[in-house]
Design a protein around this ligand. Sequence first.
Ligand code: ADP
Length: 597
Amino acid sequence: MNGSMFFTICSFFYCILLIIIYFSKQRLQLFENKIYVMMMLTNFLVLAIETSTIFLGNNALIIKIFLLLLLLWIIELTLYVYVISNSKEDKKYNGSLKIAGLIYILIAILVICLPLEFENKTGSQYAYGASVSTIFIVSGLCICCCLFFLFRDFKNIKNKKYYPVYVFLGIGALALVVQAINPSLLLASSLETFVTFLMYFTIENPDLKMIEQLNMARDQAEKANNAKTDFLSNMSHEIRTPLNAIVGFSQALMEEDISPSAKDEVKDIVMASENLLEIVNGILDISKIEADKLEIINSEYRLQTILDDLVILTKGRIGEKPLELRTYFDPSIPAYLYGDHTRLKQIVLNLLTNAVKYTKEGHIDFKVPSVQTGDVCRLIISVEDTGIGIESDKIDKLFMKFERLDLDKNITIEGTGLGLAITKKLVDLMHGKIVVQSVYGKGSKFTVALDQKVVATPTKEVVETNSAPSLDKVDATGTTILLVDDNKINLKVGERLLKDCNATITCLDNGFDCLELLKTKTFDLILMDDMMPKMSGVETLHKLKENPNFNIPVVAMTANAIEGMKEKYLNEGFNNYLSKPINRQELNNIIMKYKKK
Ligand code: ADP
């Protein structure tokens, strides 16, 4: 037995081992993986045939079968390289498979027909002749084709991980040369095994493939999620613009001298728009939470103002229902705290709104006891109702998004099933706790514990901005207001809402004109939209502030905003912030604050 035969036998056992390991693992069924499986099996057959010659001796039939299998393997390798250098869908490779098959058949016929001769050299017998030379030539051509595919599609190659293929091709080319110089060396099959083995360890290991696929799937999911978040935030902006017109004009209409029934209908329009706005905000909030983009923005605030607002809003929601709102606020709570008051308000408002929605009659207890340790005040906010209650086995589902319980009973109650999911996320983000106790049919109690820092000496700004919203009409005679918004309808709404305060209004639809006008004119107040094409409100403000003498108060108006935006705009240098749809009372507050004194 010639020394190279030991190589072959070892390769044979390695090959069996490789096949066992490969098939014992969970695999992907991509086109390239299927070709690799074919390569492994072909390699196995090549080695089996070669090993059999030890016992059966060389004869023309065995050698021809050997050559045909060798040919098959090299064509499979070429197809493999073609597939990895393209990033087409798997189905599209069927044509390439057929072409490869056809080429194989044609060359196989040639190999079968061409002559084969044997020669004995230093004790070992080897084959040569035209059919062997054909295999050499085809192998050389295949290596050239592979290199062509790899270089042509260098940028498209699915993954840098495929770079070892260059090494395999190099080894193949080298082996071809060695085999041509010394035909008795029987290198081909061992080389095949070596390459198949290397492929397993570098690029075809099912574990590696699986990780790669999982990473790709994760990246795609992340991209899709980001696209969804962007879409939702754009959509929210788009919805807010027409809503701004509906709410603004309806509010203005209510102040006109119209019949009581028309007034009622306009009120319903405002209420329906507010509901729609709440839904849009909910969807935007949940998408932000999912994309980890929701931030907690802490600032100083006066708790009593928040609690008063909550009571007013809840009473408004109770309306004519036979429901009593009972409150208890711990008098020892420090007046000024530090935390995210907009989110705090959102959390409690969700609980109070639910209590109103899911309680037909009786009372709602809204209590805020507290525990103070050092400079931290733990607020223990509870909302207890005498409503429909929640079945104990459903409590776990309560905080899941889009989950609405007892739908047969609640079918007439409006809701999206997002409120509590958002509430829970917000409480978690604020490092707080929320617990629910409920007796089905009797009522529920939601308790939230949140730690807020105590502010001993609040800044002047906090004390001023926390004044209660002004419901009265504001008189701003002599005040000049510049309104900048790219949307004509928004300008019309703003103008209409400001009409009653007797201020002099100038409207502009872009930042460039605003910069130009302010070179020659001055105003008492500027209300500026942020989301304007070409030059945003923030950019316009920064340009205005380049002039050290610029001292006109500028209030940001945005439709893309929900909670937490105020702080963002104050940080950008705006003096105040108004969210669209514009709320009449908030607008009044702004005018009161900045009108000509
Ligand atoms: P929505 O109220 O918009 O349906 P939520 O997330 O706020 O969504 O609430 C989820 C579900 O939890 C509600 O559909 C309701 O079945 C139940 N639920 C919430 N609060 C109460 C409550 N105070 N009493 C009874 N059921 C409640």
